[in-house]
Design a protein around this ligand. Structure first.
Ligand code: HPA
Ligand code: ZN
Length: 335
């Protein structure tokens, strides 16, 4: 560990910009919902879950992640899932969140779009009033499905635009480049939504370029493959384009063989607007605090670097300038 300990990082005011709500489904809640909804799970015990949660790549993880989501059926299930995540945020002093959800994972099983978004939204509203955690919600399209399927999903979202801030793109990256979704992202922008996309997690730097140029994203999710392209790195620096980095995710999915190999602090020192996030905390071994702790343990992150990472998240969030100023002040006051 560097000059920082767990308690300092846990109390550090934080903002999370890359979190899949379905990826925050802890085994305990998964078992409880399976029982409540009479859904069969392939696991009988926590030990069996832990055995299954060993991944060699993104696809290994996604197969398990989509299976876990099958316990979510009713509006209350989506509420409980979101509420459990927000409760964790409160414990870790995460003050603002911009979570993703994957409606197609649920509508493909016959669940109404309204069931999903109403449950999530009700918890986010309660999160603001009862826990003081502000939020903006991001709808992600599954990139292994067709653009036509994404267009149907966007159509389903139209009555709920007041509950959405942006659209994103997730799931299996390789072979599904951002430009496959140019039309649906253009439609989303016409509807007044901002755009983000997973790019350069397992895929090449080229996918980051097309996320920027074809999808006109405001943030790149992951983006770690940018380090292989000097022109891209220079472009990210001059434009201040944020990258939502997920350290524990990257090591669990073997994007980096060890945390000591992670490039997030090198990019930070180069002037890239990198941020730290948990991605799918129930599957990757930790929430926001644990991701920061991993950087302190393996990369000797300093307090100044940790605060710069949070400041980048505030700057990169989709809230008003006034709200950003308030959060920056809270962060500056923390020593
Ligand atoms: N990458 C792509 N799709 C995802 C991820 C991720 O890290 N987590 C949940 N869906
Ligand atoms: Zn992700």
């Amino acid at each position: 560990m560097s000059e920082i300990n767990f308690d300092w990082l846990n109390k550090l005011p934080k903002v999370e910009l890359h979190l899949h709500l379905e990826g925050s489904l802890e085994p305990q809640l998964m078992f409880a919902l399976a029982k409540r909804n009479s859904v069969d799970l392939p696991y009988k015990s926590l030990e069996q879950v832990q055995e299954a949660y060993q991944f060699n790549n993104l696809q290994d993880f996604l197969n398990i992640y989509y299976q876990g989501a099958e316990v979510l059926l009713l509006e209350q299930d989506f509420y409980d899932l979101t509420w459990a995540y927000l409760s964790k945020c409160q414990q870790q002093n995460v003050l603002h969140v911009e979570p993703f959800f994957d409606p197609q994972t649920h509508t493909a099983r016959g669940i109404d779009f309204s069931t999903v978004i109403n449950g999530i939204n009700r918890a986010l509203v309660d999160g603001e009033s009862k826990l003081g955690i502000s939020s903006e919600l991001i709808l992600c399209f599954l990139r292994h499905l067709s653009e036509d399927d994404a267009l149907i999903t966007l159509q389903q979202a139209v009555p709920y635009l007041d509950k959405l801030k942006a659209v994103g793109l997730d799931s299996s990256e390789k072979g599904h480049p951002p430009e496959k979704f140019s039309r649906v992202f253009a439609k989303a922008r016409e509807l007044g939504l901002l755009t983000v996309a997973h790019a350069g997690e397992e895929g090449p730097a080229e996918y980051i370029w097309t996320a920027l140029n074809d999808l006109q994203v405001s943030r790149v999710d992951h983006g770690v493959s940018a380090t292989s392209d000097q022109a891209l790195l220079a472009h990210l620096i001059t434009t201040g384009m944020p990258l939502t980095i997920c350290p524990l995710s990257n090591t669990k999915l073997k994007v980096f063989s060890d945390m000591s190999e992670h490039t997030v602090l090198e990019m930070l020192e180069l002037g890239v607007c990198v941020t730290v996030n948990s991605d799918d905390p129930a599957y990757f071994g930790g929430y926001m605090t644990e991701n920061f702790v991993a950087l302190a343990d393996s990369l000797a992150m300093t307090k100044a670097q940790a605060k710069q990472l949070v400041s980048n998240s505030i700057k990169s969030s989709f809230i008003s300038l006034e709200s950003k100023d308030k959060l920056q002040q809270i962060l500056a006051d923390y020593i």
